[in-house]
Design a protein around this ligand. Structure first.
Ligand SMILES: *Cc1c(COP(=O)(O)O)cnc(C)c1O
Length: 184
């Protein structure tokens, strides 16, 4: 249920390569993390940008943007660059309405900064198949230049990502640094 990345940016690229093809669509908030539309367009797929509401993801508008061609929905929580997190009610609405065949990416690069986590990464990713929760050692642990990110998902999603992930994408120094940070 775990995949490791050369930073979690690596995993965003890997999931796009594994899932998105020309003509597919990916739903994301606007503004949100600038990498999502870039990796989507690199695959020849179309980013569907959904304006934030009160600086926060708008679950109803995001669900309205889902079509038969939607393969991925990115939710950056807390959102970069607005710094807002989704409420539990908003999460409930989003999860209730999202079709099962859409990969839900919950990017928690800033998850450790929240008093209360909107989504508990491990149970959430295992409870809904086709969900990938991304974390990184770059932000609260200050290890951005070491490049260590990780993701949680159901076994089938992780297996799909591992088909695309290059071997040795995490270096020994990054792994040692990440373990040291967890012990600290
Ligand atoms: C910083 C950041 C990442 C990942 O950074 P890495 O250094 O590649 O782990 C992912 N998502 C968001 C929203 C970020 O701000």
């Amino acid at each position: 249920n775990v995949v490791l990345g050369h930073g979690s940016n690596d995993l965003v690229g890997i999931l796009a390569e594994a899932i998105l093809e020309s003509g597919d669509e990916a739903v994301m908030a606007d503004p949100s993390f600038s990498l999502y539309p870039l990796v989507t367009k690199l695959r020849g797929a179309k980013p569907e940008l959904v304006p934030v509401r009160d600086f926060t993801h708008d679950p109803h508008a995001m669900l309205s943007a889902v079509t038969a061609r939607t393969r991925v929905m990115f939710v950056c929580d807390p959102n970069n660059p607005t710094g807002t997190a989704m409420s539990r009610d908003a999460w409930g609405a989003l999860l209730a309405g999202l079709p099962d065949d859409v990969l839900l990416v919950v990017d928690q690069a800033y998850g450790e900064y929240m008093d209360e986590r909107g989504v508990d990464a491990v149970p959430a990713s295992i409870a809904r198949p086709n969900t990938l929760v991304l974390r990184t050692m770059s932000k609260i642990y200050g290890l951005a230049s070491l490049r260590f990110g990780y993701g949680f998902g159901d076994a089938q999603t992780i297996e799909l990502l591992n088909r695309v992930r290059l071997p040795f994408n995490v270096s020994r120094p990054a792994a040692v640094g990440a373990m040291g940070a967890l012990d600290d």
